[in-house]
Design a protein around this ligand. Sequence first.
Ligand SMILES: [Zn+2]
Length: 279
Amino acid sequence: MPNNKLRIGNVDITSLSDGVLAFDLCNFFPDIPKEGWVGQEHHLSESHGVSFNLACFLIQSDGHTIAVDTGLGPKQDATTPWGELLDDFKAHGVRPEDVDMVVMTHAHRDHVGWNLLSQDGKYTPTFPNAEYLVSSTDWEACHNPDLVADRFPNAPECVWPLEELGVLELMEDGHQITSEISTLATPGHTPGHMSLLISSQGEGGLVLGDVLHNTAQIENTDWVSRADIDPAQTRITRKNLMERLEREGIPVAAVHLAKPGFGRIVRENGRRFWQAIEL
Ligand SMILES: [Zn+2]
């Protein structure tokens, strides 16, 4: 399956998925009036809503196998449109045991769902040989009683137990994950949100996380979604990062954009947009 693999220097990124969700616009972008979408329809799904992939980027670097974000987790029933991640691992010949690091761009529910398996009230790591990395700021935020219920509803089952299991590692801005991958603090969506910078053999790349959720936000960097915890900081982070990515032209891996989620931020005829990388 070569069409979901991107190579940056010596780093391989495979785009796996836990499923695809669909949202109504008024639900996901409640502050953008209907008129705002006029002329922007090409960013929307056929049903005039937002389509939302749940990517897990599997990265090979320095002999490590790193799973970046773990989707929403096991299916609740047969109609659940997520819960496919372990099947996708299997389809690509990768075993959970092969993963030695799980990196969370942030602690929201759709990025931590497969971290742990629970049985009879006992938790075990889904990836038994992995250490799990999350930013210290999001680790704190997902324990904040004012935020847990609304913003980090599955953290008590999917994030908190990592500490007791002895597999938790906290990250700061600039944390070197491997010699080729480091964190870049991109706060706003969550307080400790991290993107990942890749640098290998003179080539660069970026794993975006949730700096944006729809390609319309590449040009309209001030459009915030209901999932953004701090709208003002989100706007600043998105504007700065889009300008940088446009300038640098490096490949980007975007977790919620259409599969496989690889593209570049480019400008043509005065407009900034997402140019998917044809693989
Ligand atoms: Zn997300």
